[in-house]
Design a protein around this ligand. Structure first.
Ligand code: FAD
Ligand code: MG
Length: 307
């Protein structure tokens, strides 16, 4: 077979998996469409040694280092279809070309579905965020608004006072009960019930339906995430439902419910970050390599992989 492993998704998780396999002198094909989840943000925070760098620069450096290994092939195209073969897996890409390998790694990430408030999507990653650990510090203890999109707004609203004075904007999406109101009060959170008309201004002014304008330095909301690619479903990988969307179930070695298919990064955990994607990807890469050695028996020519 041409490749030992095909990695779909060439961002942090996929790059980390590919690096381990390349260093194990295995032939790796990376298929990547290049649409990273954090492409809206100017700086990435919280990844050791790279704090505050542009997210694209971190990925570009990693890719350049990976491509220095001669056994890595990169195709900048979307993988459209995944299927099992008698000895491994076949991927068909957007150009209709097919690629086969003994192992498959899904590092395809997720897509954020944002609340449909006018002016919000344009500010995503600049003034509207979902992760306080990624973007809370840079607000420099300025005014923070939490736009409720689901009951998970409660979690945001109770955490965010550590980063600045916080207002919870219910916007008809969530109604705190008496206990929750008491909890919000203990954390000093202001609650605003009025519906939101739009987000405007230079930064993140919330314009309410009654015409009032509440200025904020940053807003947080709770997007639903969905998987960026249907490959896991096509293969029949078991999914798990997390608090913000479904993701691919894996074991501790990042193997899915389908033997030989591994998954890492945001696609395979309830909530992700660059550091966690890199950690998961490294684990997947090493586990793929070892499975190629220790599971050689089931790879025997003509013998189907067990489910
Ligand atoms: P991604 O980086 O999303 O990459 C997935 C890759 O797979 C993409 O290149 C995509 O095009 C490709 N792909 C998907 N499907 C296919 C297919 N079928 N065929 C080919 N290629 C495919 N985290 C931090 O740690 N710090 C931060 O400061 C931070 N800021 C963020 C800001 C915003 C606005 C957002 C939305 C997220 C932020 N995150 C941050 C989270 C971070 O973006 C993710 O945790 C991280 O990108 C996950 O890496 P990944 O490799 O799993 O997926
Ligand atoms: Mg991923």
């Amino acid at each position: 077979m041409t490749h030992h492993a095909i990695i779909v998704g060439g961002s942090y998780a996929g790059l980390a998996a590919a690096l381990q396999l390349a260093r194990a002198r295995r032939r790796v094909l990376v298929l990547d469409e290049g649409i990273r989840r954090n492409r809206f943000a100017a700086a990435s925070h919280g990844f050791l040694g790279q704090d505050g760098r542009p997210p694209g620069a971190i990925a570009a450096d990693a890719r350049a280092q990976l491509m220095a290994y001669p056994a890595v092939t990169w195709i900048g195209r979307r993988a459209e279809r995944a299927e099992r073969t008698r000895t491994g897996f076949r991927i068909t890409d957007a150009a209709g070309e097919s690629h086969e390998a003994e192992r498959l790694v899904l590092a395809t990430g997720v897509v954020d579905d944002l609340p449909p408030i006018p002016g919000l999507a344009e500010r995503w990653g600049r003034f509207v965020f979902h992760c306080p650990y990624c973007h809370g510090y840079e607000l420099m203890e300025g005014r923070i608004g939490v736009i409720a999109a689901s009951p998970r707004a409660m979690h945001h609203a109770v955490m965010l006072p550590d980063w600045g004075p916080t207002t919870l904007l219910l916007n008809g999406a969530f109604e705190p009960d008496a206990d929750q109101r008491a909890q919000l009060e203990r954390r000093g959170v202001t609650v605003e019930a009025g519906p939101i008309r739009e987000i405007g201004g230079e930064k993140a002014d919330v314009v309410l339906a009654d015409g009032r304008v509440l200025p904020f330095d940053g807003l947080f909301t709770q997007p639903w995430t969905r998987m960026a690619s249907p490959l896991a479903e096509q293969l029949g990988c078991a999914l798990e439902q997390g608090p913000q969307g479904s993701f691919i179930r894996t074991d501790a070695l990042k193997e899915t419910s389908i033997t030989g298919v591994f998954a890492c990064g945001d696609a395979a955990r309830a909530a992700g970050s660059v550091a966690l994607a890199v950690g998961d990807g490294s684990m997947a890469g090493m586990a793929v390599h070892q499975s190629l050695i220790f599971r050689a028996a089931v790879q025997a020519e003509g013998e189907a992989l067990p489910a």
